[in-house]
Design a binder for this molecule. Structure first.
Ligand code: ZN
Length: 92
């Protein structure tokens, strides 16, 4: 196969940098309007991407990047859960 290797890039909702999809965590809004982390990358729904970093998460909360992506308000409780899930991923 000739040509350039295409690496899918996605924009982090925290720092705003474009990064290879697999370096980012997918945040997903399910059909039930739940905001969850999609660690498998296989769930259906509207997705946003964020670096696996507490800094980016804090930035996303502050800038409301996720709320903009999903076009809905995100309760503090949901952010707390996402943050916890992210720290569990980091610990792996
Ligand atoms: Zn980032």
């Amino acid at each position: 196969m000739a040509g350039t290797r295409r690496i899918p890039l996605r924009k982090c909702v925290g720092c705003g940098e474009m990064k290879p999809k697999k370096e980012l965590i997918r945040v997903l809004r399910t059909e039930e309007n739940e905001i969850v982390l999609d660690t498998t990358g296989k769930k259906n729904g509207r997705g946003a991407y964020i670096c696996n970093s507490k800094d980016c998460f804090a930035k996303a909360v502050k800038s409301k990047g996720l709320e903009r992506s999903f076009k809905q308000a995100i309760p503090a409780k949901v952010y707390e859960r996402l943050e916890k899930e992210m720290s569990e991923i980091e610990a792996r």
